[in-house]
Design a protein around this ligand. Structure first.
Ligand SMILES: Cc1ncc(COP(=O)(O)O)c(C=O)c1O
Length: 324
């Protein structure tokens, strides 16, 4: 990355929000009395699972594609993804009439792969695991522009518009809980809070089996991890250098949740809040339910429910299996 790209202050979420206009939904924010009672503090849920393509990802993809030159548009775009970014890039590239190639692993979600294909992307699913994806990318990309799923200032700024809306719609939210994979969403939201309500605390939540950001925060640099969580959207093989710099600059806090806690969060959203989230989208709620977030002295918690793309068989399996 060029030096200027590593400056957290350069992430302009308000500009991204203006650029997006009405191409993405302004998703609703619901209060949850039950979750508030359990957590001991008022809680609002930012329902980003209702976003176009079923996750927040088109925000960053549109913002990045808008910056392409005419020559780059002709070259086409490429990405690697666990799934939601793939579907979002396929969708946004189709809207912008740009050719799109997407690399996913063999084991990636069929539902998300089908969505990317239906939006018109060419799909490659030869890579065995997330690490192999990047080698495969070097082989296949040609002169296509890489739209990185999280390590890009424009993608981060686009994802940050989730935070702009949440803080606008909930004036008393002073803590935001965010599910994390490579760190683009949480970095964007941290930048949004720094620009609009700097006293806001931000907590990044990762599965215990997929702690790319936690490992990077501990080491002071991105480190490879071997993620394996039911929250497939959070299975990034490393955190982005820029998301890490932003999280450090803005003092983002960190919490982890077990697979069982994620499943409990998933069930809570379905049964109580009537939100059909995907496991990744439930990680923030899971952290709150499990008491993993310090809410003393907090006025209101905003939790991002970041996506809803999950195979019915996986969803019904989690709903059926409740150890209590
Ligand atoms: C539903 C969902 N939530 C959260 C994330 C995490 O986003 P990031 O990789 O920007 O941290 C993803 C990433 O794919 C996702 O699909």
């Amino acid at each position: 990355l060029p030096r200027s790209d590593l400056d957290p202050a350069a992430i302009d979420v308000e500009r991204a929000a203006a650029g997006l206009g009405d191409r993405v939904h302004r998703t609703p924010t619901f209060s949850s009395r039950t979750l508030g009672r359990i957590a001991g503090v008022p809680v609002s849920l930012k329902a980003e699972l209702f976003q176009r393509t079923g996750s927040f990802k088109p925000r960053g993809a549109f913002t990045r594609l808008d910056a392409l030159t005419a020559a780059e548009r002709r070259q086409g775009v490429v990405t690697v993804s666990a799934g939601n970014h793939a579907a979002a890039l396929a969708f946004t590239a189709a809207e912008a009439e740009i050719d799109c190639l997407v690399l996913m692993t063999r084991g990636a979600s069929e539902l998300k792969a089908a969505a990317a294909r239906e939006y018109g992307a060419t799909l490659d699913r030869e890579a065995e695991d997330p690490a192999a994806l990047f080698a495969r990318l070097d082989e296949l990309r040609g002169d296509r522009v890489l739209v990185h799923p999280f390590d890009d200032p424009l993608v981060i700024a686009g994802q940050g518009t989730v935070g702009v809306e949440l803080l606008e719609d909930r004036p008393t939210v002073d803590l935001v809980v965010v599910p994390v994979g490579g760190g683009g969403l949480v970095a964007g939201i941290a930048a949004a809070a720094a620009a609009t309500r700097p006293s806001t605390r931000i907590v990044a939540v990762e599965p215990e089996g997929s702690t790319a950001l936690g490992a990077a925060l501990a080491a002071g640099q991105p480190v490879p991890v071997a993620p394996h969580s039911v929250a497939d959207g959070l299975n990034a093989p490393f955190a982005g250098g820029l998301p890490l710099a932003v999280c450090r600059a803005f003092g983002v806090e960190h919490a982890t949740v077990s697979e069982k806690e994620i499943e409990a969060g998933f069930r809570f959203l379905y049964e109580r809040a009537k939100l059909a989230a995907e496991p990744a989208g439930a990680a923030g709620v899971a952290a709150l339910l499990a008491g993993k977030v310090d809410v003393s002295d907090v006025s209101e918690v905003g939790v991002v429910v970041s996506g809803g793309n999950v195979e019915p068989e996986i969803a019904s399996g989690i709903l059926r299996f409740d150890e209590g």
